[in-house]
Structure formats: C-alpha cells, structure tokens
Design a protein around this ligand. Structure first.
Ligand SMILES: NC(=O)c1ccc[n+]([C@@H]2O[C@H](COP(=O)([O-])OP(=O)(O)OC[C@H]3O[C@@H](n4cnc5c(N)ncnc54)[C@H](O)[C@@H]3O)[C@@H](O)[C@H]2O)c1
Length: 224
C-alpha cells in the first residue's frame, strides 16, 4: 500500500478497536491513546474530546467509524427501541463527535473529518430501515457541515462503503449478507484495507479541495 503523510499528526477514530476503524488506525500509524466512550452519550463525548485534545495537544483528524446495524426486519415490524438505539449510535453519535471536535479544530483553523456512512444511506437497503436512515442522515450532516466550514481550514467528507466482512456481519442475518453481496458488481466484499486507504488520504493535508463530499467504495454498486 502507498504511504500517506500523517507525520506528526493526531487523529481521533471512533470504533477504532475493530474492523474498519482499526484498519484506519493502523494505516495512519503512530502512537495510540485508546478510550472507552459511548458515542451516544453527548456529555461523555464532549468531555473525552477535551481530554484528548489536551493530552495530545492537537486533533488533526476525526474519523467517525463507530456503528451498529440493528435488526434486519421490515419497517413496520421494526422495534421502536431498536430504531432509537441505531439512530442514537449511528447518527446522533456522529453529530456529537463532530459537534465536540469542530470547535477544537477551529482554534487551529485546521482539520480533516471523515464520517463513515454506507451505500445503504444512498440506496436504502430493505430490512435495514434504521441503519439506512441513520447513514442517509450522516451523508446529510456531512454535506451541511462541509459547507459551513468551507471557508476554514477544515474539510469534512464521508464515505459510503458497500459490504466489508467485519464483526458487524455478526449482527446481520445470512440472507441480508447475501443480499448485500448480490448487489456488488465486483462480486466480492470490500477489504478493510481498501476502505482504510481512501479514508487515510481523506485525513491528510492533500485532501484540500474536497469537502461536504460523498466518496464511493462500493465495488461498482453505486455509480453516483
Ligand atoms: N462492514 C461493512 O460492511 C460496512 C459497510 C458500510 C459501512 N460500514 C460502517 O463502518 C463502520 C465500522 O463498522 P465495521 O464494519 O468496522 O464494524 P465493527 O463492528 O468491527 O466496528 C464497529 C465499532 O463501533 C463500536 N461501537 C458500537 N457502538 C458504539 C457506541 N455506542 N459507542 C462507541 N463505539 C461503539 C464497536 O465497539 C466497534 O468497535 C460502521 O459505522 C458501519 O456502519 C460498515
């Protein structure tokens, strides 16, 4: 893999212990300072952001990778509590992290934010309504924030991967996994390294003229 220039930079990666978040952490490299923070707890996220910024002296990049799928069932059979939980983690959690860290980046007039959405947020996967809605929300939030910060040194983008085999598959039904694979023209799942390569670049200074943008990583599923 080509190396990205993240020398002397510091990143906050939610969901960095596993899967896509871990691969991003490994690609960016450097020392790690791990914390257990529930991203759906706004107060805890705010406190952790301040602790991290004072500990590291800087936050150059934020990657919001923490997420869950919720049950695979139809909208009308979807448990209301499960709906709220998915929105709390996948959408509100991304908002809380962006909300807490943007002011810290504004102080230095520099930052790169990458929110991990999903092709489900573009297309709407059947039997994943809360997940699809939460990821569509992440896309909308990214577009708004990107424009709000366009005159600053902060760039805000999101990615929309198709299925990548990680522990998150344990939360899905086999039929849903098969459905996701059937929609990918490349005929295979993505690899975490393929996701990490693009996200790592989006975290660098080289990503200077893209903001509020939605980057495809779907093996040809979404051609827009
Ligand atoms: N794997 C895929 O097929 C796929 C496709 C598109 C998008 N995504 C998105 O990529 C991101 C990473 O998923 P992954 O595939 O690496 O799965 P994963 O299960 O390995 O990673 C998700 C991480 O989020 C953390 N997390 C869950 N709830 C949390 C909470 N309330 N607070 C803090 N952390 C929490 C988990 O501990 C885990 O480390 C997710 O947002 C997911 O929706 C994944």
């Amino acid at each position: 893999m080509n190396q990205v220039d993240f020398h002397n930079r510091a990143a906050v990666i939610t969901g960095g212990a596993t899967g896509i978040g871990l691969a991003i952490a490994q690609t960016l490299g450097g020392a790690t300072d791990a914390r257990v923070v529930d991203v759906s707890d706004a107060a805890r996220v705010g406190a952790a952001a301040i602790e991290t910024a004072s500990g590291l002296g800087r936050i150059d990049a934020l990657v919001c990778s923490a997420g869950i799928t919720g049950p695979n069932t139809t909208t009308w059979e979807y448990p209301v509590d499960a709906w709220r939980h998915v929105i709390d983690v996948n959408l509100n959690g991304v908002f809380y992290c962006n909300h807490a860290i943007v002011p810290l980046m504004l102080k230095r007039d520099y930052g790169r934010i990458v929110n991990i959405a999903s092709v489900a947020g573009k297309e709407g996967n059947p039997n994943a309504p809360a997940y699809s809605a939460s990821k569509a929300g992440v896309i909308g939030l990214t577009k708004s924030l990107g424009k709000e910060l366009a005159k600053t040194g902060i760039r805000v983008n999101c990615i929309t991967p198709a299925a990548v085999r990680t522990a998150i598959f344990d939360q899905m039904t086999p039929a849903h996994i098969e459905f996701m694979l059937s929609k990918i023209p490349l005929g295979r799942f993505g690899h975490v390294e393929e996701i990490a390569a693009l996200v790592a670049w989006l975290c660098t200074e080289d990503c200077s003229f893209s903001t509020g943008a939605v980057f495809d990583l779907s093996g040809g599923r979404a051609t827009y």
